[in-house]
Design a protein around this ligand. Structure first.
Ligand SMILES: *Cc1c(COP(=O)(O)O)cnc(C)c1O
Length: 456
């Protein structure tokens, strides 16, 4: 028993000196290759000590290469969204228009007037960029942009109500997802939460009774991702504004998604619009940049000039300021609204407005290019997502794949490159053309063909 099998394993150097080892080193760099070899040899040693035969050099190098490929694959990768959820938070929310992408590229590649005023030739403010556009579109006196809507809500509370009371309906103490809970945000901001009404019903007199010397603000938060049905009531925003202003209070609204176009024009429920809140006299309104607006991740604050000015000077603002890529993309996206071309140019709206005939045509083409009897086109529903329009759906056509194990099939689609994210309905895997870009059709069909060929 003098033949210790561990001795038969090659050294790191010996592997590096093989021609395949040299090729890996050239492709992935010396450090990473050495690290991967060490890692693989460690694993093999454990196996050998457990009684396994030492593998030959070629299979060791094979494993080293697989390890290197895996380490190089980024964790943030493009995917094909075939779920039919248009604003899919886990898949990156809104896709940007071509103009927005171009604008980002330009400021990314070169210097810009991010904080530079060309005329006097000196320091300017990054807050000017999207603001005028936002004011013109929404009718608000002033606007500012921060990192996201969560930051916007936090800033509004910390900047305008710290140490004082904020009245909010119990029906609006919502959790948005990703751990964003209105009551927690209020606590963090230093504002004191005063809950009024009940989960399903809050009346104007509930708000009135809660007003005290300590009250700074009435806050209304959009329910976003759920719907209370049945015996419900909440005072309309106009009445809250009247009550608040009678008592010298700030009336603020967290719209969540916030729309600049009317979703009701596309067969959906009416999602509250930023313009409506301003017209109703709300003092400060916040909403997301990458939900129904269809732009980059951002939090938008619009409202009275004097209040927005106070927020701009707040120390917290520096910590949540937007970057130049965001401002470039946001300005370009807002430009589409000003020019009246949002529905044609902004992907979120294009998907919402997509005619059923177009969806149906693509689903039929997908079905026709797959082996006979594998898939059929069925009626189904797409959703808007992104915490907007809970329960509202758009009629669609789905490619439905019959399979004995839908979970396994969906997992294999996710393992493709690019990964395809599908939906499971009952015992079928379904794919919705509404959220798949036309230029992704080829990759999608390649993935399906591959997966179905081995599933058969
Ligand atoms: C989505 C949402 C937020 C958070 O917005 P982010 O831009 O994701 O930070 C806050 N409030 C409401 C009501 C929302 O729907």
């Amino acid at each position: 028993m003098n033949d210790n099998p561990l001795r038969r394993l090659p050294s790191v150097d010996a592997l590096l000196q093989t021609s395949r080892g040299a090729a890996l080193r050239a492709g992935y760099g010396h450090g990473p290759t050495v690290e991967a070899i060490r890692h693989v040899l460690d694993e093999i040693r454990l196996g050998v000590m457990g009684g396994e035969e030492p593998p030959d050099w070629e299979s060791i190098l094979e494993r080293v290469e697989a390890e290197l490929v895996e380490r190089e694959t980024p964790t943030l990768r493009p995917v094909i969204n075939a779920t039919g959820v248009i604003i899919h938070t886990n898949l990156g929310r809104a896709l940007l228009s071509e103009e927005a992408r171009d604008a980002m590229l330009q400021v990314a590649a070169g210097y810009s007037t991010l904080e530079y005023d060309l005329e006097p030739g000196r320091r300017g403010s990054r807050f000017v960029h999207a603001e005028k556009l936002l004011s013109r579109i929404t009718g608000a006196e002033a606007a500012m942009v921060v990192n996201n809507n969560a930051a916007a809500v936090m800033l509004i509370l910390a900047g305008l109500a710290r140490g004082r009371e904020v009245i909010i309906s119990r029906g609006q103490l919502v959790e948005i997802g990703g751990g964003f809970r209105i009551p927690d945000v209020m606590r963090q901001s230093g504002a004191k939460l005063v809950e009024v009404g009940t989960t399903n019903r809050t009346h104007l007199r509930d708000y009135r009774d809660a007003i005290s010397e300590e009250t700074a603000m009435i806050l209304r938060a959009h329910h976003s991702n759920f719907k209370i049905v049945g015996f419900t009531s909440e005072p309309p925003i106009g009445e809250l504004v009247e009550l608040g202003h009678e008592h010298g209070l700030i009336v603020a609204e967290d719209l969540g998604s916030g729309a600049l176009l009317d979703t009701a024009d596309y067969g959906l429920d009416h999602e509250p619009m930023a313009q409506e809140s301003i017209a109703a006299g709300v003092d400060v309104v916040s909403f997301s940049g990458d939900k129904l607006l269809g732009g980059p991740q951002a939090g938008i604050i619009i409202g009275r000039g004097e209040l927005v000015e106070r927020l701009k000077r707040h120390p917290f603002t520096r910590a949540v300021r937007p970057d130049k890529l965001c401002l470039a993309a946001l300005s370009a996206t807002l430009g589409h609204y000003l020019r009246g071309e949002a529905v044609e140019k902004i992907p979120v709206w294009r998907m919402i407005a997509m005619p059923i005939a177009e969806i149906s045509g693509r689903a039929e083409r997908w079905a026709a290019s797959l082996p006979d009897g594998m898939a059929e086109v069925i009626a189904g529903e797409s959703t808007v997502g992104g915490g907007s329009l809970p329960g509202a759906t758009l009629p669609t056509r789905l490619l439905a794949i019959n399979t004995s194990s839908p979970d396994a099939l969906a997992a294999r689609l996710r393992a493709c490159d690019p990964p395809v994210i599908a939906r499971i309905e009952g015992d079928r895997v379904v794919l919705d053309p509404r959220t798949v870009l036309p230029e992704q059709d080829r990759d999608l069909l390649e993935a399906l063909t591959k997966v179905l060929a081995t599933a058969a």
